[in-house]
Design a protein around this ligand. Structure first.
Ligand code: NDP
Length: 283
């Protein structure tokens, strides 16, 4: 039997609708949630992501603006802007779009953002809080995946969860969230010796690699829940995930598509984190 699909577009819409009342309530108290997105350089993909983030905020009545710098800007200029935004009471979230140009020290820039405004959840202190099982801001993509488990009625406790990919923005925080939810977690990466051994026994499989359709139906356990984080552009211009949807949907019980799966949830959780930051400030 073909797997049930977890529709990320529909869930994102549902959540964003529910956020509007919270935004209105904050605005009425003079705390309209505000997000600033900083973009350095002209990476076309980053430009699209930044535009989508700003528009998603504006669509639900939040304040949002982007600040764009040339690729050769001095890091000190960006750090000074972050310091200014940290002190601005009307701004609740600050996000620096990654990747940054080579002459930047990415860690230094991320650490410069106030932990209270780090709505991407990349600051070491926020990652540490998540590792301790007491999260303050959760990285948006894995946070969105957790909402998809919730929507799909997936009970994570005691399940074998396998994550393919160990990046700081997806794989690692995903592993922490699944551990906190009671799953038994394995994280695979490019040095993993026998990927198939791990994927085959996964009740929950999260693919976050960046390799088109690398997870095929014969690599997964019947009835598995398969989450595809990957976004890859094929030579014909179409988008596809890290999961071969057609073969996996015949084996899995629940699966996310690309596009229309995890992607829209990432921005949705960015909105959630910014609203949460504003609510904390207004208390
Ligand atoms: P990274 O490139 O930072 O990490 C990729 C990971 O995959 C690494 O840990 C790497 O291992 C591992 N890997 C590479 N090849 C293999 C292999 N053959 N077998 C097993 N593991 C392998 O990517 P990101 O985490 O940033 O992104 C992953 C994907 O998710 C991309 O397609 C990206 O576009 C997408 N993405 C989607 C988002 C969304 O909103 N839906 C948000 C963020 C990312 P190693 O560490 O050893 O190099």
């Amino acid at each position: 039997m073909a797997a049930q699909i977890i529709d990320g577009n529909a869930l994102a819409q549902e959540l964003r609708q529910s956020f509007k009342a919270r935004v209105d309530a904050l605005a009425a108290k003079g705390h309209r949630p505000g997000l600033v997105v900083i973009l350095v350089g002209e990476n076309p993909a980053s430009q699209v992501y930044v535009r989508n983030k700003v528009n998603a905020c504006l669509n639900i009545g939040m304040h949002s603006e982007k600040i764009v710098y040339d690729a050769d800007v001095d890091q000190a200029v960006v750090l000074a802007k972050i310091a200014e935004l940290n002190a601005d009471p009307n701004i609740h979230g600050i996000l620096v779009q990654l990747p940054l140009p080579k002459h930047f020290d990415e860690e230094k820039v991320l650490e410069a953002i106030s932990v209270e405004k780090d709505v991407d959840g990349f600051h070491a202190e926020n990652v540490g809080a998540l590792a301790q099982g007491n999260p303050r801001f959760i990285a948006c993509t894995p946070y969105g995946v957790m909402k998809m488990f919730e929507k799909g009625g997936v009970d994570l406790a005691g399940k074998e969860a396998v994550i393919v990919g160990r990046s700081n923005i997806v794989g690692k925080p995903m592993a922490l969230l699944l551990i906190n939810a009671g799953a038994t977690v394995t994280v695979c990466h490019s040095k993993t010796k026998d990927l198939l051994f791990h994927t085959k026994r996964a009740d929950i499989l999260v693919a976050a690699v960046g390799k088109p359709k690398m997870i095929t139906g014969d690599m997964i356990k019947p009835g598995a829940v398969v989450i595809d984080v990957g976004i890859n552009r094929l030579p014909d211009g179409k988008l596809c995930g890290d999961v071969d949807f057609d073969s996996c949907k015949e084996v899995a019980s629940l699966i996310t598509p690309v596009p229309g799966g995890v992607g829209p949830m990432t921005i949705t959780m960015l909105l959630a984190n910014t609203i949460e930051a504003a609510e904390r400030k207004s208390r």
